[in-house]
Design a protein around this ligand. Sequence first.
Ligand SMILES: *[C@@H]1O[C@H](CO)[C@@H](O)[C@H](O)[C@H]1NC(C)=O
Ligand SMILES: *[C@@H]1O[C@H](CO)[C@@H](O)[C@H](O)[C@H]1NC(C)=O
Ligand SMILES: *[C@@H]1O[C@H](CO)[C@@H](O)[C@H](O)[C@H]1NC(C)=O
Length: 358
Amino acid sequence: MGLQNLVLIAFTVALVDGGSAFVQRNATHFILNGKPYYLNGFNAYWLMYMASDPSTSSKVTSIYQQASQHGLNVARTMAFNDGTYRALQISPGSYDETVFKTKNIFWCNFYAYIITINHFLVVGLYFGECVVMLSRNNTITGKIYKDDQTIFAWELMNEPRVQNDLSGKSFQVWVNEMAAYVKSLDSNHLLEIGLEGFYGESMPQKKRFNPAGFQSGTDFISNNQLPQIDFATIHLYPDQWLVGFNETAQNVFGDEWVKAHIEDSSDVLGKPIVLTEFGFSSKSYEYSVGKRDNYFEKLYNMIYSSASRGGPCAGGLFWQLLAGDMSGFGDGYEVIFGESPSTTNIITQQSKNMFNIK
Ligand SMILES: *[C@@H]1O[C@H](CO)[C@@H](O)[C@H](O)[C@H]1NC(C)=O
Ligand SMILES: *[C@@H]1O[C@H](CO)[C@@H](O)[C@H](O)[C@H]1NC(C)=O
Ligand SMILES: *[C@@H]1O[C@H](CO)[C@@H](O)[C@H](O)[C@H]1NC(C)=O
């Protein structure tokens, strides 16, 4: 989701299996302790924000308990609003210690319009933030973040788009520099970009899969081909991306979008792929719980079908999980386990399916 100004570097934290070793990549699979590793997870951009205040930190404890109960093993979460209440970075280069003192720490936050503004200043700031994060001692685990096995992967930026350079050249340079830099600081963890998955100039024939001819200045193929990038990601919001199209057209788009990217991950990239965001908004004009359930089920089946046949799709993370009594955080996409029994069952079944893959 485009959370304006919530700028972000996100990362994912393994909840259940994490802690014993670093998850690694072998060709198109994640590997943990010598075995393929699959994900079923959720987005919760609010974790660090809620963890930073003792009056709300119980929401974080609660969500981890609930997630474990439903078999979820990965959370994707984000850094903060800059310069506002509970900001991580209070001013450039200056960080709020109380916010850092949370287990679920969040990395370099950053401006979504990165390349469009003062490139050098911004890059300098980004470098500084990476160093701050990676050398930080996690006060709960007593580990420096780069040595912390509960972190599944780092993500460079949430949903980068570079509308002022649709050739994709600026962005390719940026990813190349940042990825090399992050890996130089932390070679233990997996790294991904945070892409939504739009195709670009490296394979122009694939642009037909983009929503209604959309161009983003990013390039699913060439960006993910960079050797420092361990796996590909896509997001999927047909209701937002194809406004004014009918339901059938949105469904066809979604099916083709997922299928094309899984095929490319296998045939072109030779890397795993994760659906790091998908959801169905109750504000959508065609919403019903049944439709959301069908949509989740369809995507989960595509993920499982790839994973169970040895394909590159390793899992999906729905947008977004909330604990109860968090109405201010609702955006229409929220799933609250206690309030959505049918959706909860589908999510739980997917955990069982994914973790039973031999
Ligand atoms: C890594 O992949 C290769 C072939 O793709 C396979 O032969 C090997 O067993 C895999 N290693 C692990 C640890 O899974
Ligand atoms: C991090 O802090 C803990 C607790 O203060 C300490 O025991 C540990 O040695 C520190 N770790 C590093 C790598 O400095
Ligand atoms: C939906 O839109 C597509 C074109 O985008 C059109 O071909 C199709 O007939 C429409 N279906 C319905 C049920 O209106």
